[in-house]
Design a protein around this ligand. Structure first.
Ligand code: NAD
Ligand SMILES: O=C(O)C(=O)C[C@@H](O)[C@H](O)[C@H](O)COP(=O)(O)O
Ligand code: ZN
Length: 354
């Protein structure tokens, strides 16, 4: 078993990575939360039918009463209406402050289940069991929980750390290829911002089977990177913004296409390439960097361009969470493995846009 510890004082937790973990995770959750008599499993309509009953049985073996709340899979569900459905479900199940939520699914489930847990009864414990590559390497760690509004990504949310993250890489075997690649975009992001060696390891991977074979070590590497950054800057005031590389333009792509054409990772991939092309032109990034990122994305059938106008970007970026007054923080690369924060006046932003 691989363990990554996230050191956040009284909010510290472990990320456990082990194949086969789902079948006996109930005992671990009970040890962690001995007072929890009721647990709500929040999951989506793809993951629930595959894995919820195994998790439910494992929890019931510990004499926990389990309710399963399932919502329609997809980013289009990450909204106020679904959140309302979850609140109603938690209330009907009679969860109290000593009970808990377990988010079983991809990043949509973790973000929305986490927000439900952060706010129901003003906060009950929650545990992440991520099932997509993206959720194992990124969204289940660090405590950002949120839903989207029609006006933008993750515009309603909180910082709310899980009590633990349990990762069973065997679950990735059922993940559709599109979402394996989608998660890979965030892995490429870590390589770009901080870990050239990781980026070069990815450049050597030829296909999905090889990617899956390396999943455990890739997940551990990414969780370690994210854990260290979050420990330094839990509330996203400085260093943590580096994790947002590619997201300013990526979120704009997701929003412009109403959250149903491009997945999050696809948007981030496009955002990384487009911004890096511009920063190369401005002499801020080593030349050839954008092409190198694009080549890696394209090997895994990820898009590296989009049909969008500058006006669409500007409109979507107006609500970016890295904006303070008239200034926005962009994340740029010096070269692969080295990133920095660039504060720009909103009026100068067009220089950085395609
Ligand atoms: N909180 C954070 O720090 C953070 C970080 C990155 C991304 N995110 C958010 O995460 C979301 C994207 O996450 P995602 O890509 O996991 O999307 P997702 O949750 O929609 O999952 C992608 C698809 O894969 C399916 N799926 C997941 N696991 C599966 C499995 N093991 N077998 C079969 N199907 C499976 C899901 O049902 C869904 O259809 C976005 O909303 C993004 O904003 C949050
Ligand atoms: O954890 C972070 O911090 C990140 O920025 C990770 C991102 O991959 C993730 O998509 C996050 O949800 C984006 O946060 P937001 O603050 O831009 O909504
Ligand atoms: Zn992301």
């Amino acid at each position: 078993m691989r363990i990554v510890h996230v050191d956040l004082g009284s909010k510290s937790y472990d990320i456990e990575i082990e194949r086969g973990l789902l079948s006996h995770v109930g005992g671990k959750i009970k040890t962690l939360l001995p007072k929890a008599e009721k647990i709500a499993i929040i999951t989506d309509s793809h993951v629930g039918p595959l894995y919820a009953s195994l998790l439910q049985a494992s929890l019931e073996k510990e004499a926990v009463a389990v309710t399963v709340l399932t919502f329609p899979a997809g980013e289009e569900s990450k909204n106020l209406q679904t959140l309302g459905y979850l609140y109603d479900g938690l209330a009907e199940a009679g969860l109290t402050r000593s009970d808990a939520v377990v988010a079983l699914g991809g990043g949509v489930t973790g973000d929305m289940g986490g927000l439900a847990a952060a706010t129901f009864l003003r906060g009950i414990a929650f545990v992440q069991i991520p099932t997509s590559l993206l959720a194992t390497v990124d969204s289940s760690v660090g405590g950002k929980v949120a839903i989207d509004l029609p006006s933008g990504k993750n515009l309603v949310g909180a910082f709310y750390q899980p009590k633990a993250v349990f990762i069973d890489p065997d679950l990735l075997k059922t993940l559709p290829a599109r979402y394996l690649h989608d998660g890979l975009a965030e892995v490429i992001k870590y390589g770009c911002i901080i870990d050239k060696e990781l980026f070069m390891r990815l450049e050597k991977i030829q296909n999905d089977a090889e990617l899956l074979a390396h999943a455990d070590e890739i997940i551990e590497t990414c969780c370690n990177i994210k854990a260290r950054i979050v420990e330094h800057d839990e509330f996203d005031t400085g260093e943590r913004m580096l994790l947002n590389f590619g997201h300013t333009l990526g979120h704009a792509v997701e929003k412009t296409f109403r959250f149903d054409k491009y997945s999050h990772g696809e948007g981030v991939g496009i955002g990384m390439v487009l911004l890096t092309r511009r920063s190369e032109k401005l002499g801020l990034t080593e030349s050839g960097t954008a092409d190198r990122i694009a080549a890696l994305l394209q090997r895994f059938r990820l898009p590296a361009a989009v049909d969008m106008q500058q006006e669409d970007f500007l409109q979507a970026i107006a609500l970016d969470k890295k904006k303070r007054g008239s200034r926005l923080t962009l994340i740029l690369l010096k070269k692969i493995g080295e990133s920095f924060l660039q504060r720009v006046e909103f009026s100068e932003l067009t220089q950085y846009l395609p």
